[in-house]
Design a protein around this ligand. Structure first.
Ligand code: ADP
Length: 301
């Protein structure tokens, strides 16, 4: 952890969210880069800070320190993700190829598995809350509306979050408390679909809608489906996430065994680094094996 706030040099503003400003900062002593999120008036709840501090997973944006900025201001030092958010990437790139989405699915599910095992529901999974670094590591960020399921009835009955990515049961006070973890799975399904088709699935590209109209559509209509161009395994995976009925929707641990996610897992494990060359093309950097394949060795010897 960074010992002292005066060790940090502010380099630029990375973005300003609803709660405060995010700066890119450098530790003067080690030259390490970080993101510093400074909260103005409204402080994150102690609950959010507690959740953040307790996280230790390669699939979750890590917290590296908490500072009192100036009187009334609080700074949270985060791991720096130099690729920005998936939301920004999809806006600039257009869309992601299926193989990249499979790798992202594996990474985010690994993060969700970590959270759910600790009884934490993220409650706001969407492209803007998934951050990337240049090696295409994708990590979950922003625990502003997350909650810990304590067993007491109301611990997770929050309506905070982003309406567009909420599951049907979250609009229904009778069913939501039953299995709050399933809400994250629905949001992930919509998010991954958005990355592949390049726009929010319930609307046409560029189309806007009131949140009540969206809510109506999410609750009353059939869930969106991938275009036929997508592989069967990808289509099946999305259907497992976007089940309107709670007991039909797959859990995170079930999804980690789905063929689509397993394919993403092997790609992620095989690759030393993955980068996107152009839209529709994935470049995967492998460890260099200087003697070639066994097959070729047999042929030459
Ligand atoms: P919001 O309040 O809209 O959820 P945040 O305040 O969390 O957004 O972040 C605002 C912007 O700052 C994000 O869109 C993202 O691009 C950038 N950002 C946030 N955290 C990091 C980080 N750890 N590394 C790099 N960029 C970040």
């Amino acid at each position: 952890e960074v010992a002292c706030q005066s060790d940090l040099e502010k380099l630029q503003v990375l973005g300003s969210g609803s709660e405060g400003i995010v700066y890119k900062v450098r530790d003067k002593q080690t030259s390490m880069l970080y993101a510093l999120k400074v909260f103005r008036g409204c402080h994150p709840a102690d609950k959010e800070i507690e959740i953040l501090r307790s996280m230790n997973s390669p699939s979750i944006v890590g917290c590296r320190g908490i500072f009192e900025e100036s009187i009334g201001e609080l700074g949270i030092l985060l791991e720096y993700m130099d690729g920005g958010s998936l939301d920004n990437l999809v806006k600039t790139k257009g869309s992601f190829p299926e193989k990249t989405v499979a790798i992202i699915a594996f990474q985010v599910l690994t993060g969700l598995d970590y959270l759910h095992a600790r009884k934490i529901v993220h409650c706001d999974i969407k492209p803007a809350n998934l951050l990337v670094d240049k090696q295409m590591n994708v990590k979950i960020a922003d625990f502003g509306v997350s909650c810990k399921v304590t067993g007491s009835e109301d611990s997770c009955k929050t309506y905070a979050g982003t309406c567009a990515y909420m599951s049907p049961e979250r609009f229904d006070p009778h069913t939501y408390g039953c299995n709050p973890f399933a809400g994250d799975v629905w949001s992930l399904g919509l998010t991954l679909m958005e990355l592949y088709i390049g726009h929010y699935p319930y609307l046409k590209p560029g189309e806007k809608a009131e949140s009540t109209a969206l809510m109506f559509e999410i609750c009353m209509e059939e869930p969106p489906r991938l275009p036929d161009l997508a592989s069967e395994s990808f289509q099946g995976f999305i259907q497992c996430c976007l089940q309107k009925e709670l007991d039909k929707r797959w859990s995170v641990s079930q999804l980690l065994g789905h063929p689509f996610v397993l394919s993403g897992r092997s790609l992620a494990l095989a690759a030393q680094g993955i980068f996107e060359e152009t839209i529709g093309e994935v470049g995967i950097l492998f460890e260099y094996m200087d003697a070639g394949s066994l097959d070729n060795l047999f042929k030459t010897n």
